[in-house]
Design a protein around this ligand. Structure first.
Ligand code: ZN
Length: 167
């Protein structure tokens, strides 16, 4: 059964009060940033976002997403479909100091206020989970020049300039 579309925006604090989750689909064709790294993708990504509070009362957002993405094999240059999965666990914190402190402990923390850009967040997680050099799982013949596809790390610096998760 097809899932409902995910909402564009959500209030993490309110959803954590309710200990609830969002589950739904996103149209990959509408994910412009993802298309920069994995062009010509249609179809849908399925995702679940679960909201709760941890022992310190902080809002926690855990989730995972799945999508069949069309990638270009870096060995033979041919496109192929890869089942792609991203997972996250993010703790919302009130300050950037706290964000840095938790990052030092290996915890993915985020100083985020207001509404969450659900689709933007999901898109970013899918991009960060892209393989560095995608290739067929089975053997394929090295051959054609691979299509040039920018890898996330090449432009990561630019993203840090304009945090895409800000709403
Ligand atoms: Zn190949």
């Amino acid at each position: 059964m097809p899932l409902d579309p995910l909402p564009k925006l959500a209030d993490p604090r309110r959803l954590a009060e309710l200990s609830t989750k969002l589950e739904g689909e996103v149209d990959l064709g509408a994910c412009a940033r993802l298309q920069e790294f994995a062009p010509e993708n249609a179809g849908r990504a399925q995702a679940v976002f679960a909201f709760s509070r941890d022992a310190q009362g902080r809002v926690v957002m855990e989730g995972e997403a799945r999508a069949a993405l069309r990638l270009v094999c870096q060995r033979c240059g041919e496109p192929f479909l890869d089942t792609h999965r991203a997972e996250w666990r993010v703790v919302f914190v009130p300050s950037e100091d706290e964000e840095r402190r938790l990052a030092g402990e290996g915890i993915d923390a985020w100083c985020q206020q207001g509404l969450l850009d659900v689709i933007g967040f999901l898109e970013e997680e899918l991009i960060l989970a892209l393989p560095m050099a995608p290739h067929h799982r089975e053997d394929c013949e090295p051959g054609h020049e691979p299509e040039s596809v920018a890898h996330p790390f090449a432009v990561l610096a630019e993203w840090f300039e304009r945090d895409p998760r800000e709403t």
